[in-house]
Design a protein around this ligand. Structure first.
Ligand SMILES: [Zn+2]
Length: 349
């Protein structure tokens, strides 16, 4: 095992603070580098306490259309007639149904193959209340959809399964749903993870993700939970707040995610979401990023990440500013070691 080195540098910014009579103060900004990709992030936990003027607007905004069950296009009584269907030659009957989940095309796709998988019973329930079995049904629908896309179009070898929960996270529909996408080219993150993992494997003769788990287990600072098939930890250099990384070390392909492996992954997602809820988090993104769909590769392990987004409220302050959207660097206000400490509790039943 190669022990990874975690790089960090602390810079100090001096200012005179009006809240303490313009006393001189020093604020710390910690720069961290992702041990695989070299991507940078900046952490200043004091930012969590800053005044957000937008929040003064209060919560008296009208609920979005479709926020109530009667109007919702994803609720069981509307989903058949109000959502699109695939052509029969792609999916017989136009929609995939697995247990409680139903999958149909995105009406406004941004991938060649773009499916929406709805947690059909979840309207009005918080994600922390969705049982692991319903998460499994939805994931199985997404995996089946990726398999169909691959079978019809073997070039569409790069897929992922994703979740935007609530409008601040990019969800246009409130009813909880996953999104599976597949294309002939990987997403930028997937491309970066695959290329860096392959070059790590060539340089060191070992799988980066397995080395990461072993190094993190030795350090013990960021590990949240270690199970037989899945390891959960707080990302060393997060892209966003409260970022959690889940790794399935022994597989790269999403099609190997079945039986006990899928069960453990769904139970883990459910526990993290419960932990998030207890931390007051009401909006998040999740992405499962597997290796290529057409083969198993030794240099990569299937992984997913979850991160929190601002809570839905009138005029909330976005967590994406010029640093994230233009400079592509996350400014984070949660310390990964503290996130791990808080989420460990979610795994103690
Ligand atoms: Zn609904």
């Amino acid at each position: 095992m190669r022990r990874l080195v975690f790089e960090r540098r602390i810079h100090e910014a001096e200012l005179l603070n009006p809240e303490s009579g313009f006393e001189a103060e020093v604020r710390s900004v910690e720069h961290r580098r992702d041990p695989l990709t070299g991507a940078l992030c900046r952490i200043n936990v004091e930012r969590a306490g800053r005044i957000k003027e937008g929040a003064k607007g209060g919560a008296d905004i009208p609920a979005p259309r479709g926020a109530s069950e009667g109007d919702c296009v994803f609720c069981p009584w509307n989903v058949e007639s109000m959502t699109p269907r695939f052509p029969d030659r792609f999916i017989e009957g136009g929609k995939l149904r697995i247990g409680s989940a139903i999958l149909f095309p995105n009406l406004y796709p941004f991938s060649k193959y773009h499916g929406i998988a709805v947690f059909s019973r979840a309207h009005g329930r918080s994600p922390s209340e969705i049982p692991p079995e319903e998460i499994r049904d939805c994931l199985r629908a997404c995996i089946e959809f990726l398999a169909i896309a691959m079978e019809k179009d073997p070039g569409a070898a790069y897929g992922s399964i994703n979740w935007n929960y609530m409008p601040p996270a990019g969800a246009s529909i409130i009813h909880p749903h996953l999104q599976a996408i597949a294309d002939s080219i990987p997403t930028r993150l997937q491309d970066e993870l695959l290329r860096c993992s392959e070059s790590y494997y060539k340089r060191h003769g070992s799988n980066y993700w397995i080395d990461l788990i072993e190094t993190e287990a030795e350090l013990g600072e960021r590990i949240i939970h270690k199970g037989p098939f899945m390891v959960w930890l707080a990302s060393y250099a997060p892209r966003g707040n409260n970022e959690v990384l889940g790794i399935s070390p022994w597989i790269s392909s999403i099609f190997e995610l079945d039986g006990g492996r899928l069960g453990e992954l769904c139970a883990g997602i459910s526990k993290i979401l419960r932990g998030y809820w207890d931390m007051g988090i009401r909006s998040f993104n999740m992405g499962i990023v597997p290796g290529p769909l057409d083969r198993e590769v030794e240099y990569y392990s299937l992984n997913l990440r979850l991160l929190s987004r601002p809570n839905p409220e009138a005029h909330y302050t976005s967590d994406c500013g010029f640093m994230e959207r233009i400079h592509l660097e996350g400014v984070v206000e949660s310390m990964p070691e503290a996130v791990a400490g808080r989420l460990r509790k979610a795994f103690v039943d």
